[in-house]
Design a protein around this ligand. Structure first.
Ligand SMILES: *Cc1c(COP(=O)(O)O)cnc(C)c1O
Length: 386
């Protein structure tokens, strides 16, 4: 097949399946509103749960650190790209979350890839939750380990699989708060199982860190458990980007030797690291925003009463409405956007399982009661054209 055919066939195939993806070029957004082509919409699609991306202290810190360090790190952390700003952030993260070590990555995607592919080899096995993020699934494939997916949030399913003995190491991977469903993993039960079978537990807490737990310490704090490997990302509640792995000293030393994303990729800008340290301070002091977010979640759930759409069980800021059918899902998000000036993302396969297309509502501490009222009213006005 030639290049032209390859591209045309695959594009055509996507177009026919109603999972065609398109991007919108946004003018600007915060976690309450989006402007697009000069018009303002209520925003229910942001992961900036506490409104940190526009926090004044954070913005001032970024400006002053750029003045101090320049804009980029200019090399890998193994060359000259590891500064006092990076080191301080690693210390602060480790201390805050109760680990001996932490290492920074440029994204959560890179962290998951790097940690799993460097730690896990051919004779090892990985058990991951069926609904784990694409970056985890792909990492498992690249690692060449044997991997199996256990039923979503089901410790019995994991227990059933892990019982068979194995020559190599065993890693169990799951998310703290699931990105597309908003439900929380039974971390205590999973941890009991990994302990019993001398396996390690890795939690990707992209959507839990900053938002839940004491001082925003995340999902595992709720259960008072420290998974052997914790991944936190800075693109969601931290309102910026980047990620870190929290682990013990040997694991950190191992990763410094073998994690290719650390060795062969430019490290995050020092100004970004310094800004992330300021964000940690802000997040620790964000009890008010977290309470406001909890209030918004309760308000949304208590006032939701749609006949033909069911509310999920999620008690977090991620509130999916499962529609099932791709076209109806697109119609709903288009209706909300075009007719009601409300921006809500529709999520379709393969991001979520077949027949579980959904609109994914994310609530933030910046939303006001009247914003949620507008959303609920708009949802009520929607009649399926099926
Ligand atoms: C967003 C997300 C990632 C990827 O993090 P980035 O920093 O955006 O690359 C990884 N895991 C989960 C569960 C996520 O939601």
């Amino acid at each position: 097949m030639n290049w032209e055919n390859f591209l045309k066939t695959n594009i055509q195939k996507r177009k026919l399946t109603s999972i065609w993806r398109e991007r919108f070029c946004i003018d600007k957004s915060n976690s309450r509103t989006v402007s697009f082509q000069g018009k303002t919409y209520l925003n229910f699609s942001s992961n900036d749960y506490l409104g940190i991306s526009h926090n004044k202290n954070v913005i001032d810190t970024w400006k002053s650190s750029v003045n101090k360090y320049g804009i980029g790190s200019c090399s890998s952390g193994h060359v000259i790209g590891y500064t006092a700003a990076h080191r301080n952030l690693e210390y602060e993260l480790a201390e805050w979350l109760g680990y001996s070590n932490s290492l920074l990555f440029i994204s959560g995607f890179a962290a998951n890839q790097s940690v799993i592919t460097s730690l896990m080899n051919k004779n090892d096995r990985i058990f991951l939750d069926k609904l784990s993020h694409a970056s985890i699934v792909e990492a498992c494939i690249f690692s060449n380990s044997k991997f199996r997916r256990f039923q979503h949030n089901n410790p019995f399913s994991l227990k059933h699989m892990i019982q068979n003995s194995s020559l190599g190491k065993t890693l169990v991977v799951t998310e703290g708060v699931f990105s597309m469903d908003g439900d929380i993993a039974p971390i205590d039960q999973l941890y009991n199982i990994t302990n019993e079978y001398r396996a390690w537990l890795m939690i990707d807490d992209a959507h839990g860190i900053g938002v839940i737990g004491k001082d925003g310490r995340g999902s595992s704090d709720i259960f008072n458990i420290k998974p052997e490997i914790l991944i936190v990302t800075f693109g969601k509640a931290f309102g910026l980007s980047g990620a870190a792995v929290l682990c013990n000293k040997d694991t950190a030393n191992f990763l410094i030797q073998y994690a290719r994303h650390l060795i062969y990729s430019t490290s995050m800008p020092p100004a970004q690291a310094e800004t992330l340290s300021e964000i940690i301070r802000q997040i620790k002091n964000s009890d008010f925003a977290r309470a406001k977010l909890s209030y918004n979640i309760k308000y949304f759930r208590n006032n939701f009463n749609l006949k033909n759409i069911k509310l999920s069980k999620s008690v977090t800021a991620i509130q999916p409405l499962i529609i099932g059918n791709n076209d109806q899902c697109l119609q709903l998000s288009k209706f909300l956007r075009d007719k009601k000036s409300i921006w809500v993302q529709s999520i379709r396969p393969p991001t979520v399982p077949l027949n579980s297309s959904r609109i994914r509502i994310t609530l933030s501490a910046l939303h006001q009661k009247k914003d949620i009222d507008a959303l609920l009213e708009a949802l009520n006005d929607f009649v399926f054209v099926s």
